[in-house]
Design a binder for this molecule. Sequence first.
Ligand SMILES: [Zn+2]
Length: 280
Amino acid sequence: MKIGEYECFALDLGEMWVDGGVLFGMVPKKQWQEQASADTDNQVRIKARALLIVGNGRKILVDAGFGTTLSAETKAEYGIVDPIPDLNLMLSGYDIEATQITDVVLSHLHFDHAGGSVMDTPTGPVPFFPNAVYHVQSEQWEDAMTPHERERESFEAVDYSALQSYGVLNLLEGSLMLTDGIEIMVSYGHTRAQQHVLVHDEHQPLFFCSDLVPTTAHIPVSWHSAYDNKPMELYPEKDFFLRKAVRNNWIMFFPHDPEIVAATLKAGSEWTELDQPVSF
Ligand SMILES: [Zn+2]
């Protein structure tokens, strides 16, 4: 779909089954099961979705999915559905090759968002997109390189060192304009310096929620996952972004919703609510 000066596409990069209790944190199952159906093991199916932004001479990928480097054991452990869709094949659907990607914005370095940024070769990992600049928040990079015990598994499933050794890493400091009409905004509740991409448009800007609002079921501020590291920081910043979304008619892009890729929001009686799904 056309947003501002850019064509935007949703890439379906796979599925995983996660524990419903973890996915909804403090929300009792009695409530969340009305929004998400769980199997007999209490597992809920979610997507891993990336955003492709093409225009102004740039081909920008926002997040890269699980990728190809995870072991069979890791995939089984995390409920990742095998086979994982082939990123090259997905891009070829838009007549794009991996070598043509100019920028990769990694919202954060949890393996379900950034695993596809590198690939294994006999001599070690290399950048999957050899000609791209990879934009990562420096605080996020720091945490991934020296992870806290709580976050260790989410980062260490993938070896990102190649991004630095191949000189393709561009460390960012906070919110900024990436290029004309494309803004980076930062949040801290899910993980330190998670970045969101806002594609500007006069009428309907597009906002890549990443794990700030992973699915439509997570639109209420207090409905957040147990993976969020700093819930007390998450509340005000999520509220800030949701209000901004309603005020400015943002289309919210949900990376993990099993069905709804994107939607607009509206003010509800208590919280912000889902308004209209937007088809991509
Ligand atoms: Zn995450």
